[in-house]
Write a protein that binds this ligand. Structure first.
Ligand code: DAH
Length: 359
């Protein structure tokens, strides 16, 4: 038997009796590796006489191809075998509960904002927005807050850039959402309107109940026949739904805001027992918002005729309402980005507030 045939027999036998991929790989190296037996035979082609080469070269090439082909076939067989064994030994129990994963939570401020928006939308209000960096004009003057008013002191207000003389350049971080009243009313179709304005506001203050940035919600309703009773009904309706207390009692306490006349601060009846706050009952009162009838000067700054139009406005602290409703003791914790706090006080993303499901 020729050497080529003998080599072929040896390797084909080895390949067919190999049991795993490692065996197969060592056979491949023994045959076709750099110093492999077949490789050596191939190298000898170069030393042959032309006559011999013409006969042997095709045979050697055929040998090499055959070995490669057999190695490949055997490799596929072994892999198929491995897969079949895995399929028959591995299984999954599809009735088992899924692995716990960390679910994100909705921040209480986002949740409470959504709740408030949901209630006022139901009452016919739509959302308006405005910039957080405002001019003196929108933040103060147009709201009937004169230059000598204490709110305009640097003590309370973050000024971002010295303004030009008439104060039209944006130069103050808005101290309340009220400037959006002006921005809305001065539009050509600004009145009549019923709008709410949720948003961030800024004041130079920091303790357990004050943070330099906090969230407010402004309300504004302007029309030809609006009076204080509409304001009262709207706020009572809001509080009843928001706190989910049927017999809620509100007290409208005379107050002063430059942009409303008359002005009222609104308190909610409550009791404190053993440090526990209960809303809707008791002898105590808790202030929850400011409100009033829009001052004629404010309407005039927006070129709205106060003889034809009048309306009410109110402003509430979203964070404060969230603290009251969900028993959150420290305002500062809202802005700490502590994931453990959020896990505790946050809301399930699927728990979308809706009036019909009791918010
Ligand atoms: N802008 C006031 C503040 O930040 C809140 C406020 C009071 C808004 C009375 C109003 C209002 O619209 O009528 O303290």
């Amino acid at each position: 038997m020729s050497e080529i045939k003998k080599t072929e027999d040896i390797f084909l036998k080895l390949i067919s009796s190999s049991k795993n991929l490692e065996d197969l790989e060592s056979i491949r190296i023994r045959a076709l590796g750099k110093k492999g037996e077949v490789s050596n035979l191939m190298k000898s082609i170069g030393l042959m006489e032309e006559k011999e080469r013409k006969i042997k070269a095709p045979l050697l090439n055929a040998l090499k191809d055959k070995i490669i082909e057999n190695l490949e076939k055997k490799k596929n067989l072994i892999n198929e075998d491995i897969l079949n064994k895995r399929i028959s030994s591995e299984w999954s129990d599809i009735s088992r509960p899924v692995r716990p994963t960390h679910k994100g939570k909705i921040h209480p401020i986002s949740q409470v904002t959504d709740e408030i928006v949901e209630i006022f939308s139901d009452l016919g209000f739509s959302i308006a927005e405005g910039p957080q960096i405002e001019s003196d004009w929108y933040n103060f003057d147009a709201l009937n807050i004169p230059p000598e008013h204490p709110a305009r002191q640097e003590f309370d207000t973050f000024y971002v850039k010295q303004n030009n003389k008439n104060g039209e350049e944006p130069n103050v971080l808005r101290t309340h959402t009220s400037p959006v009243q002006i921005r809305h009313m001065e539009k050509t179709d600004g009145v009549p309107c019923r709008i709410i304005v949720p948003g961030k506001v800024f004041r130079s203050d920091y303790d357990q109940t004050h943070t330099p940035m906090f969230n407010q919600l402004e309300g504004l309703a302007i029309d030809k026949d609006i009076n204080m009773s509409h304001l009262k009904w709207t706020l009572e309706e809001f509080c009843r739904t928001f706190f989910d207390i049927e017999d809620i009692v509100l007290r409208f306490r005379s107050s002063h805001f430059p942009f409303t006349e008359p002005s009222a601060e609104v308190d909610i009846r409550c009791s404190w027992e053993d440090g526990l706050l209960k809303l809707g009952q008791g002898d105590s009162w808790l202030e929850i918002l400011g409100s009033g009838m829009v001052h004629p000067n404010v309407l005039r700054s927006c070129k709205v005729d106060p003889k034809i139009y009048q309306g009410f406005a109110f402003g509430m602290g979203i964070d404060r309402l969230a603290m009251l409703k969900y028993g959150i003791p420290d305002l500062r914790s809202f802005f700490d980005s502590d994931i453990r706090w959020l896990d505790h006080y946050g809301f399930d993303p699927l728990n979308k507030p809706s009036i019909h499901n009791g918010l």
